[in-house]
Design a protein around this ligand. Sequence first.
Ligand code: ADP
Length: 393
Amino acid sequence: MADTVAQPATILVVDDVPTNRLVLERQLVRLGHRVVLAEDGREAIELLRAQPVDLIMLDIMMPVMNGFEALAVMKADPALRHLPVVVVSALDDIASIARCVTLGAEDFLFKPVERVLLEARVESCLERKRLHDSEQAAYAAAEAANRAKGAFVSMVSHELKNPLTGIAGYTDMLLLETVGPLNELQGECMRAVRNLAGLMKTLLADLTDISQIESGHLHLAPAPTSLGVAVEAACDSVRKLIADKQHRLSVDLPANLPHIVADEVRLVQILTNLLSNAIKYTSAPGTITLSARRADANLIQVAVRDSGIGIPAAEQGRIFEPFFRSSEARIGAEPGTGLGLNITRHLVKLQGGQIWFESASGEGTTFFFTLPAAGAALPPAEPATSLGTTFLW
Ligand code: ADP
């Protein structure tokens, strides 16, 4: 009577001697497994590429393609590399077995194969293969769930964008009183609606960025870019926030700074995000400084320093996490999604740079980031106001 295993597998037996194949086949079938046969390494590889197999019992000395060559082909093929191989060899062939183990064989057996040892080795190899397969399946399921989540977020962001643009447009129309006068209270309500629509627009833009980054679909167009021009665009977009808080912003860029290799729109986004955080998390009136220098032959380093509330030591390890916002009441009072720094870090890293910060509670924060410098130092192409000068607001 055959004492069969609980989980039958498909096992490929590779041996050029028909009697050896037959003996091993009988033993494995008796254990409850399905067996396929090959006469040499080449036939084995062809078979492995044509049908799924769980384990390979491989002889070493064979014509056409021997065991070493077959092992080398398998381990070089990403589709076959994970398959366990048990080398079945003659007792006096220790050196060959050692070579097979070096080439990636999982285990070995000596001929004539002893039944109990065969069962133990086959089972332990199959157990490792099952573990590997279930890990792969879990990974594939997680990937699929992540893709579905990304597609959902991207679809929802897209569908919400149009109505939101409509709400902002109609609110602007009402605020401009083109459809009739507003009393003071109505004006206040409309301004609140306009602000909230702005926050939702930022959240949707952040969600779109995150889903594109996670799915690897974020489009970047790196090219030699003027840091001065990008800094001016970023400063323009935070001008009102600075004025509202009566902060002092100073920008200091050296005259001979080379261009940065970056996507200009995304460089402006990085700068705007760091500046708006510095503005938000600094009590009025504070000082914010943006400066840059050449870190080495290949990198430009930019720093955004504020005199703000700082980041508590206990939270410093978490601020780049998506959706992280400090538990401090002063932070919670400011508008934000907790996605800005996470996106900023991705944007810097995707463009070949690094980002880090130094901060102490109550003493302010400085964010630093690097991006690649364009090959040669380019002649000053910046607008006169932004290079070789310090400009203050
Ligand atoms: P958000 O500003 O929308 O909350 P971010 O991802 O930009 O999200 O920042 C995450 C958190 O990091 C902030 O909520 C805040 O706690 C902290 N943080 C970022 N920049 C500063 C800064 N310049 N000063 C103090 N805390 C900061």
